[in-house]
Design a protein around this ligand. Structure first.
Ligand SMILES: [Zn+2]
Length: 91
């Protein structure tokens, strides 16, 4: 384990997920885990892939012409994947 994954492990992401799942169940909700692979590279609206480096904070889709903050775009995509509205092809 290295890099960002090790950082998540160090700060107790597993414990956080356990608490999150417990609280969701308590209130009649469920937690859906989404593979984060490619979620920062794919435009949530048309699923067009736009490769970028970590320092690129803005997502510009050449097909739609729409621009959005990278993190907001990723969050919207993760929601769509979690709800089963969209899927990403992960190798
Ligand atoms: Zn697009």
């Amino acid at each position: 384990m290295s890099g960002l994954n090790k950082s998540f492990s160090d700060c107790g992401i597993a414990q956080f997920l356990e608490i999150l799942e417990h609280q969701a169940k308590k209130f009649g909700n469920k937690v859906v885990k989404v593979n984060p692979r490619k979620t920062s590279q794919v435009w949530y609206n048309c699923l067009n892939s736009v490769p970028k480096s970590l320092s690129d904070r803005w997502h510009d889709c050449p097909d739609c012409g729409v621009s959005l903050d990278r993190d907001e775009c990723s969050a919207k995509l993760i929601k769509k994947v979690g709800l089963g509205i969209a899927s990403l092809k992960n190798p």
